[in-house]
Design a protein around this ligand. Structure first.
Ligand code: ADP
Ligand code: MG
Length: 597
């Protein structure tokens, strides 16, 4: 007997899987499992919450924190102190703890993340150490003995801070946290976070404020840790500094890597494995005959083995065998995104006026000027080292000008950061393809529409962003179809060949609804067939009236598709003119012959 199709769809949906996971959790709580395993899983839930935050921060965002245990400590100590000494309700102190966590995470995050380089790991070590000594030396916090007699959690007259009640509470927190993260990763903000990990330069060019997103995921991870600390304090009925020290901070990171830093469910598998390993290792001192932190050595060995043989963690092994939810194309009827007013035919879109870039003593671009009219394809050519890429970076705001100005649609844009320039309608591709390989082609292209949406992390976690998300995906699909790549939209971007990858970048740039498209050597490394496909796309865009600046090495392509060519040599403009004029110029021939021989 066939099930109704609607029911079949539901069974294969992500929602059904989540309901099933939740139901299994409740079933476990009421089944006759020994108390021992309930207690074990209660601790595992507390670990998992912290590790979930680290999956987002480290696994997805690429930022390392050794200081998560300190945020657990803030949640635990705040609630313990205020319930014991001030008699506040734990349900209130949860929010006080969260407020303190948020303020301290904002300060630590903002100060360290705005410095370039890898300051975060170091800063979080210092943060973890100083908080540990603070907890251990403050009289009010009971020094190293901590605080005793922390009350349980009372809900409608029932103490839910123990046994099976606590199991349901803690695991509900873990599952809600996991679902929220899965929602976040599958959204506009999630794409921005992944893009930032793959290339800050690319993310900024797509309009992502990378500093804000870095601080944002640091904050979310701290909040997860703080909630775990709150649960811990009321579960244990006491707090002392030792579970919040640097050693525990390292252990949380260990769990993250062990489980699979890139997977939300890796957080749980890493926590389970670590807890089981910890228990086994309690016999270690007896075996060896002396006491000491031998488990650290075993953890270290396990970590090295995992990194060598299972670099994506345990979940990469388990997750493979689980059914994937169906991919539903639910965006076909989504509302179209608003479009910007395009330049009128003949309007000057870009005006580059005597721009100059000096790198120390080297003048890479020497007072170069040219302009692009609406609907024109302008080629920028020249031998290697002529200054084309530098010119490109000066226009897009990646590099600062030494002197000169760049005007875009009548307004001066020189000095603006690249994401502001991209917000004004200038969109680019990269000489070396920059993408998010683990996402689909469609999702990569949707990243281009980043600035055409406005939903934030919170609305994404709560799944309130669906209408906008569908519009973004619909636009991405439309752009892929526009350049003839509709058939591969559900493939993983990392699996594409070089040619389609470059076309995908063009679709991503088009997805921002640009007034000017800048392409940096789109034909580099392409095979003959792929070059032809690229040429066809460029000619189609030209017919549609798109304005394009094309930096390109391939002469055949440039001569074929451009209306106007600027030739550079040694940082200066050698000449400009129509393709025919450039081809006949003895100067250009000399420059190119000089290069080729
Ligand atoms: P093209 O793209 O035309 O091959 P580039 O713009 O990359 O040329 O380089 C122009 C010149 O500027 C080259 O001599 C190059 O070595 C130099 N250059 C480019 N970027 C930098 C930099 N960040 N620091 C110092 N020199 C640079
Ligand atoms: Mg170059």
């Amino acid at each position: 007997m066939a099930l109704p199709t609607q029911l079949q769809h539901w069974i294969h949906s992500a929602k059904a899987q989540r309901v099933t996971v939740f139901a299994c959790m409740l079933l476990y709580a009421v089944s006759p499992v020994p108390e021992f395993w309930i207690t074990q899983l209660n601790y595992i839930a507390l670990y998992s919450l912290v590790v979930l935050g680290l999956v987002l921060l480290t696994g997805i965002g690429g930022l390392t924190s050794f200081g998560q245990a300190a945020f657990v400590g803030i949640g635990a100590y705040t609630s313990a102190y205020m319930t014991v000494n001030m008699g506040w309700s734990p349900w209130l102190t949860l929010f006080v703890g969260l407020a303190i966590t948020i303020v301290s995470a904002l300060i630590v995050g903002w100060v360290t993340l705005s410095m370039s380089g890898h300051y975060l790991p170091l800063a979080t070590i210092a943060w973890g150490l100083s908080l540990y000594y603070l907890m251990g030396n403050m009289d009010a916090l009971g020094k190293y003995d901590g605080l005793l007699g922390v009350p349980g959690l009372n809900l409608f007259g029932v103490d839910i801070s123990q046994g099976r009640y606590f199991f349901v509470l803690a695991w509900s927190a873990v599952l809600i946290g996991a679902f929220a993260l899965l929602n976040l990763l599958d959204s506009r903000t999630g794409r921005a976070i992944r893009a930032m990990r793959s290339s800050v330069l690319m993310a900024e060019a797509m309009g992502v404020d990378t500093l804000r997103h870095k601080v944002g995921i640091f904050l979310i991870a701290a909040v997860f840790a703080s909630i775990s600390g709150w649960l811990f304090a009321h579960f244990q009925h006491s707090v002392n500094p030792s579970p919040f020290g640097l050693k525990m901070g390292i252990e949380y990171l260990f769990m993250t890597v062990l489980g699979g830093a890139g997977f939300v469910w890796g957080a749980i598998s890493g926590s389970v494995m670590t807890k089981l390993l910890e228990d086994e290792l309690q016999v270690l001192p007896k075996l060896i005959g002396t006491s000491g932190s031998y488990e650290v050595i075993v953890f270290g060995i396990v970590l090295v083995l995992v990194l060598k043989y299972l670099p994506d963690g345990i979940w990469s092994l388990v997750g493979r065998f689980l059914p994937k939810p169906d991919r539903v194309e639910d965006w076909h009827n989504a509302a179209p995104l608003a479009e910007r007013t395009k330049p009128a035919k003949g309007e000057t879109v870009l005006e580059v006026d005597t721009i100059r870039k000096e790198f120390g003593g080297l003048v890479a671009v020497k007072d170069v000027g040219f302009s692009i009219q609406a609907g024109q394809i302008v080629g920028l050519i020249g031998p290697n080292g002529a200054g084309k890429s530098t010119t490109f970076n000066l226009i897009t705001g990646v590099l600062g000008l030494t002197s000169g100005t760049v005007k875009f649609r009548g307004n001066v844009i020189s000095g603006l950061p690249s994401r502001e320039i991209s917000a004004r309608g200038m969109s680019r591709t990269f000489q070396h393809v920059k993408m998010i390989p683990e996402l689909t082609v469609l999702e990569n292209v949707a990243l281009g529409a980043q600035l055409r949406g406005s939903e934030n992390a919170l609305s994404s976690m709560l799944r309130l962003d669906r209408a906008e998300e569908q519009s973004l995906l619909r636009e991405a699909a439309r752009q892929l179809e526009r350049i003839g790549m509709g058939a591969s939209m559900h493939e993983l971007a990392g699996n594409l060949a070089m040619g389609p990858q470059r076309l995908m970048e063009i679709a991503r740039a088009l997805c921002s609804d640009p007034a000017l498209l800048l392409l940096d050597e789109p034909a580099a490394g392409l095979r003959h067939k792929e070059k032809q496909a690229l040429g066809a796309v460029l000619r189609q865009l030209q017919a549609e009236g798109m304005s394009i600046l094309l930096v390109e090495h391939d002469m055949e392509l440039v001569m074929d598709v451009t209306d106007h060519i600027v030739v550079m040599e040694f940082g200066t403009k050698l000449m400009e003119g129509t393709p025919a004029e450039v081809q006949q110029s003895p100067q250009v021939r000399a420059a190119y012959l000089g290069m080729e021989h």
